[in-house]
Design a protein around this ligand. Structure first.
Ligand code: AVI
Length: 326
């Protein structure tokens, strides 16, 4: 059974209200912006699966390398907990990477419950079915909702020690200040001895990074443009998606990899009864995928009140799963 927050319907309409108000606010600001957390409707989920399978998108294989080949190191770090615990995964998706760790923990008869958190009930049902089939002994409580609401729910359900996973370089979709606030909030919700495992994509050859987000097949472009289609459908807007073009940048000094949509002409877009005006070549700031140095990771851990227990890198040293302790 999937645990959802009480008053689910109220939450749903609150969700679409905040989607509408964030879209209108973002498109009325200068420069115009949209939040990449809204990329993930059904089509967005599918496009992201395709991105993860692209040869240029190296991030998937890097973290898979860690979870597939360095599971012993992960388990050794987790064994610092020394008692039964809950393994909570923020944004679990289909849990493709974590399933390797789960299998090994179960094989070692570790006493833990897996609590995947995701905003998508659909993906959680798929996850639960897969787990029931492939690791039938796994104790699993899927939690559908926002990360922090569901972390509270997890604490309400059980007061055991926690290991929280935040994989895939998702932290990069926040700017540094947001990431600091996010990690500090996670820290506030944990207790001494709890662990936070977080995946960071390192700065590396800028060509490699840019290619991962500027793929020749145009899947990342469709991923960005799909948000305009979603706004058309859900907010009764009339974006002409053909009149926008994806543009990707990477600044190797700051590590900010950013995507934009460029308006190809002067145009007016109606969203409900609001009119938004675009000049030709005007930009919408869509997403940041921040890349980190080793020092950036150390600073973020310290600034948010954690200490680094251990770090596990992939074999190319392109990505790190950094394990922090309260
Ligand atoms: C989900 N997130 C870590 C991806 C990233 O790499 O920033 C989203 C993405 N955007 C474009 N390609 C992939």
């Amino acid at each position: 059974m999937i645990v959802k927050l009480q008053k689910e319907l109220k939450c749903k309409s609150k969700h679409s209200d905040s989607f509408r108000s964030e879209v209108l606010e973002g498109l009325s600001s200068n420069p115009k912006r949209l939040a990449s957390k809204y990329f993930y409707d059904e089509t967005g989920d599918r496009l992201f699966q395709q991105i993860m399978a692209m040869p240029e998108y190296y991030l998937t294989n890097c973290e898979l390398d860690i979870f597939q080949n360095k599971t012993d190191e992960l388990i050794k770090a987790i064994s610092n907990i020394n008692e039964s615990f809950d393994l909570i995964e923020l944004g679990a998706g289909d849990a493709m990477k974590s399933s390797f760790l789960l299998k090994d923990l179960v094989a070692k008869s570790t006493d833990f419950t897996y609590m995947p958190i995701d905003i998508s009930g659909n993906i959680l049902s798929v996850l639960q079915e897969n787990m029931n089939r492939t690791i039938p002994e796994l104790k699993i409580i899927p939690l559908e909702g926002q990360y922090f609401d569901m972390l509270d729910e997890a604490t309400y359900i059980s007061n055991r020690k926690k290991v929280v996973l935040f994989l895939g370089g998702n932290i990069g979709n926040m700017d540094i200040e947001e990431a600091r606030r996010f990690c500090s909030e996670v820290r506030r919700k944990l207790n001494p001895g709890d662990l936070f495992l977080i995946g960071f994509d390192f700065k590396k050859n800028p060509h490699t990074i840019l290619a991962a987000y500027n793929d020749s097949a145009g899947i990342t472009a469709s991923f960005n443009l799909n948000l305009l289609t979603r706004i058309n459908r859900e907010l009764h807007a009339d974006f002409d998606v053909e009149q926008f073009q994806h543009y990707q940048t990477y600044d190797p000094i700051s590590g900010a990899c950013k995507s934009f949509l460029v308006s190809l002409c002067d145009q007016k877009v109606k969203i409900n009864n609001h009119s938004i005006y675009f000049k030709a070549n005007e930009l919408i700031d869509m997403e940041i995928s921040q890349k980190f140095s080793e020092q950036d990771v150390k600073d973020l851990a310290k600034d948010s009140g954690f200490h680094i227990l251990t770090e596990i890198n992939d074999s190319k040293n392109w990505f790190v799963d950094s394990i922090w302790m309260v």
